[in-house]
Every structure is written in structure tokens, then in C-alpha cells.
Design a protein around this ligand. Sequence first.
Ligand SMILES: Cc1cc2nc3c(=O)[nH]c(=O)nc-3n(C[C@H](O)[C@H](O)[C@H](O)COP(=O)(O)OP(=O)(O)OC[C@H]3O[C@@H](n4cnc5c(N)ncnc54)[C@H](O)[C@@H]3O)c2cc1C
Length: 222
Amino acid sequence: MSQIVKIKSIEKITHDVLKIVTEKPNGIKYNTGQAVDVSINKKDFEQELRAFTFTSLPDDNFLEFIIKTYPLHKGVTNQLRSLTIGDELIIGGVFGDISYKGEGIFIAGGAGITPFLAIFKELEKQNIIGNNKLIFANKTKADIILENDLKHLLGKNYVNVLSDEKFDGYEHGFITAEIIKKQIHSFTNYFYLCGPEPMMNAVLNHLKALGVPEEFIVKEAF
Ligand SMILES: Cc1cc2nc3c(=O)[nH]c(=O)nc-3n(C[C@H](O)[C@H](O)[C@H](O)COP(=O)(O)OP(=O)(O)OC[C@H]3O[C@@H](n4cnc5c(N)ncnc54)[C@H](O)[C@@H]3O)c2cc1C
């Protein structure tokens, strides 16, 4: 039972990432960190479902999505780049395995930050951001989604890792076991992991090597 919603605002927040706010469909229910199947209400695109995570909170009276676009794929996200206010999306089924279970280390690659943005928003709202930490991997500084907001929210508990650029204060290369280990402290319980499959597999191996039990890993591949 999908529903059509109108776009209320659409803006670029990095060179290839869009923030899209839409109307909220009647009766939709979702948990913070979950995603939904979305398609574009345009000829040839209605059946092209793609998963996007709500970065709005369940009680908000709108939906918000933060979407990395891939012009080279010539797929749905490329088409989203041409949409404007008043264009329509089709909102389908809600799903997703990521939810907040307690304090821990969030490890994201690229658009894999989106479920964590929703969770951080919720924690900030409840004033319980605590000692949660974020390790955020991107290719370049220009690819980092909402860097200033994350810095403001997490302060010293935020580590950027850039694979293709070197900057003071930013780790260079891929996420290593060493980078993760540096962030672990006595009360670290959970490890939240979201990003592209190769990054996820590498980080899962690091967590295994560090002796993290599987039941403390909360993950979703993008
Ligand atoms: C649970 C979940 C939640 C998600 N939430 C978000 C989110 O909040 N924000 C977000 O940005 N993303 C999110 N994603 C990822 C998002 O769904 C994909 O990035 C999106 O589906 C890509 O759609 P696309 O049509 O642009 O490209 P694709 O579906 O990847 O590809 C379209 C076409 O391009 C071709 N193609 C594929 N790869 C390449 C390539 N490297 N070069 C050239 N052509 C290629 C393919 O043949 C395909 O037919 C989520 C994924 C999951 C599973």
C-alpha cells in the first residue's frame, strides 16, 4: 500500500548529496534508523524502488531523506537530481535493521551515515548523546555529509577517515582496527555499522580481530 507524496523542499548539501523533504503519508509508522522503499512518480520510474533511510524523526509531520546521487549509474538517484518542489515520490514499505541499543561506536561509510543521523537527532532531542562516538569514512573532505553538524554534536568523539586525501586532523586511508581500537573505552558496548558492502566486510573483520562479540554489532549494508 504505497502512497504518493509531494516534495516540499529539495536542496544540495554536498556536491552529490540531496536533502529532500516531503509530505508525510497518512498512517505511516517507522522507527528511528529505518528505511523505506521509494520511487519517483514519473513515467518509467514508478516501478524503480530504491531504499532510503528516514532522517526525519517518527513524530515529525514531514519525511526527510538525505540521498547520495550517482549520475553515472543513470538510475533513480540521478533522476532525483532533476526534481523540484511539487514533484511526487511514491513511498512504499518500511524496513531496516538499525536501531539504537545503547552507547557505542558508530562506523559509517558515505551515505551509510543516514541511519546514524536519525539516531543522533533522536539522542540530541532527548539530551542523551553521551559518550557515543562516530568514525566516518569518505573518499574526500568534499564528500563528508553534514560535517559541521556532526562536529558540533560530537566534538572530540568524531573521527573522519579520508581514503583519497590527506589533511591534518583527518585519518588517511581506510578504517583500520587501530583507528577503531583508539576509540574503544571501558563503557563501549555497541558497534553500529553502515556503508557499502566492501567497507562493511573489512570493518567486520577488524571487529572480529578486536574480539567484539557478534551480539554487540548492529549493522546494515547499503
Ligand atoms: C536499507 C537501506 C537504506 C538506504 N538508505 C540510503 C539513504 O538514506 N541515502 C542514500 O543515499 N542511500 C541509501 N541507500 C542506498 C541506496 O538505496 C542506493 O544508493 C540507491 O539505490 C542507488 O540507486 P541508483 O538508481 O542511483 O543506482 P543503482 O541502483 O545502484 O544503479 C542503477 C543502474 O546503474 C548501473 N550501475 C551500478 N553501479 C554502477 C557503476 N559503478 N557505474 C556505472 N553504472 C553502474 C546498474 O547497472 C543499474 O542498473 C540505502 C540502501 C539500503 C539497503
